[in-house]
Design a protein. Structure first.
Length: 137
């Protein structure tokens, strides 16, 4: 899989409705995963969206999720740029450069869904998410 760069929007509890709306606007295939699907079935967020991805025939990719507990949701400041793929060396290289002289909010490490993931803000104040997919079975 080639590396991908796309916007990632954080919503305040209405990610499902928003992502379904964007599917109506742009068409394409929408995949939604809840917090319950990733081991948080007993939490108040169980039915909220932990990760959503819309892929269109025009080549657009839009990702989004409901803000996790403890994360502020401020419309207008609720986005990140996502870098994802399976080229470990390439994506780690981007991570090192983006996080240098910036701040790391989630270290680049293996997560509960099996991928290596991290979040940082670069020295210009732009938030980034890097997700390195594990080998596909």
């Amino acid at each position: 899989m080639a590396s991908r760069l796309n916007p990632y929007i954080t919503f305040g509890g209405d990610a499902r409705q928003a992502m379904e709306f964007y599917r109506e606007v742009f068409g394409g295939t929408l995949t939604l995963n809840t917090y319950a699907e990733f081991g948080q079935a007993d939490s108040p967020e169980a039915d909220k969206i932990m990760h959503g991805m819309l892929e269109t025939t025009s080549g657009f990719t839009l990702m989004g999720a409901d803000a996790p507990p403890g994360m502020d949701h401020t419309p207008g400041n609720n986005f990140s740029i996502s870098l994802s793929g399976d080229d470990d060396a390439e994506l780690r290289g981007y991570w090192e450069k983006l996080s240098a002289d910036g701040s790391v909010s989630v270290p680049l490490e293996r997560q509960m869904w099996g991928d290596v993931f991290g979040m940082c803000t670069d020295r210009f104040g732009i938030p980034w998410m890097v997700n390195i997919s594990g080998p596909q079975s």
